[in-house]
Design a protein around this ligand. Structure first.
Ligand code: NAP
Length: 297
């Protein structure tokens, strides 16, 4: 490409990216004139909420700050009870910790036994399982693939089905699915996770359409790299990492306004680049190379 053409292309790309970011910042009007608590309270269920650094606890904190009572679910018993006690102490909300292995196909009755009689206005499906090591798809053993499907796909479907139906009947509510930027296109070295996250994204987007007129707001959040894992993400460029609080804030602020939130300007620009500036094939290669660098492959 000659120099004037290249400059024109870069200027055009910069303007388009600017318009894209500006449009993402535009807030849509509040739905139905209801307050957050009226639409998404008085109780919320948050899964995967046990770890102090995690996004689930971030959601629980900000919801408690909005006076929403909480049912918290996680497999980590001690941590979950500690988080529940902190929230009840600091925010004066009611908190019910439910220690559950969401890999079990029969987990639901144990959860509904606790949520029975509570008006659940918000479901935050946030839990996930992926092995700490990052085997390729064929290196990972089949039992781990199946466990991931149970936890990251089957359990999401079960929760959405149960509480989505309740919300339609009660006439209000919200469902927030925490997917990942890794679910937007193939993500080598975490391919099974990427497939699980794509499942969640498709489930949520379709559900959003189907519930548009039921006063139940569905939102899919696709975080990029977020500081939830100690120093595990240190080998990625720092500018790519987000803190938990702004990710959660942006998601909650867009409930009822959008169906998909890609948090933060860097993640938005990365999405813009991989969908507007390169082919899908190139996007997978770019992501794979970035992963290989971050994971020291
Ligand atoms: N952090 C990031 O960079 C990032 C980026 C994109 C998307 N996300 C998404 O954000 C969400 C939260 O991630 P996070 O980084 O905050 O991780 P996290 O703190 O590890 O949260 C996941 C929680 O789910 C629990 N869990 C795992 N298997 C379970 C099971 N069978 N039953 C019940 N609970 C189970 C985990 O327990 P164990 O610790 O025992 O497994 C953990 O407490 C996930 O959906 C993740 O995919 C995160």
């Amino acid at each position: 490409m000659n120099k004037p053409l290249k400059s024109l292309f870069l200027a055009g790309t910069a303007v388009t990216a600017g318009i894209y970011l500006w449009k993402q910042r535009q807030e849509k009007p509040e739905m139905n004139g209801r307050t957050f608590l009226e639409q998404y309270g008085p109780w919320a269920i948050v899964t995967g909420a046990a770890r102090a650094e995690g996004l689930g606890y971030g959601f629980a904190r900000q919801l408690a700050g909005r006076h929403v009572n909480l049912v918290l679910v996680d497999i980590l018993a001690d941590e979950l009870h500690a988080r529940a006690a902190e929230l009840a102490r600091d925010y004066h909300v009611r908190v019910k910790p439910v220690v559950l292995d969401l890999a079990r196909p029969d987990f639901l009755p144990e959860l509904t036994a606790v949520s029975h009689g509570l008006e659940i206005g918000l479901l935050v499906c946030n839990h996930m399982f992926t092995p700490k090591a990052t085997p390729t798809i064929l290196e990972m053993d089949l039992a781990t693939h199946h466990a991931m499907l149970d936890i990251n796909a089957r359990a999401y479907t079960t929760l959405v089905h149960e509480y989505g139906r309740q919300m339609v009947t009660q006439g209000h509510g919200g469902i927030l699915l925490v997917s990942s930027q890794g679910g937007l296109h193939g993500t080598p070295y975490t391919g099974a996770y990427s497939a699980n996250k794509a499942f969640q994204l498709m489930l949520g987007e379709s559900l959003w359409y189907e519930l548009r007129h039921a006063n139940v707001d569905v939102l899919v959040l696709t975080p990029g790299l977020t500081r939830t894992q100690g120093d595990a993400l240190d080998s990625y460029p720092a500018f790519m990492l987000m803190d938990v609080e702004p990710v959660v804030r942006e998601a909650l602020a867009n409930l009822g306004r959008r169906h998909l939130v890609i948090p933060g300007p860097v993640n938005k620009l990365f999405y813009f680049a991989t969908t507007h500036l390169m082919s899908r094939e190139k996007a997978v290669v770019t992501t794979g190379d970035l992963m290989a660098q971050g994971l020291n492959k």
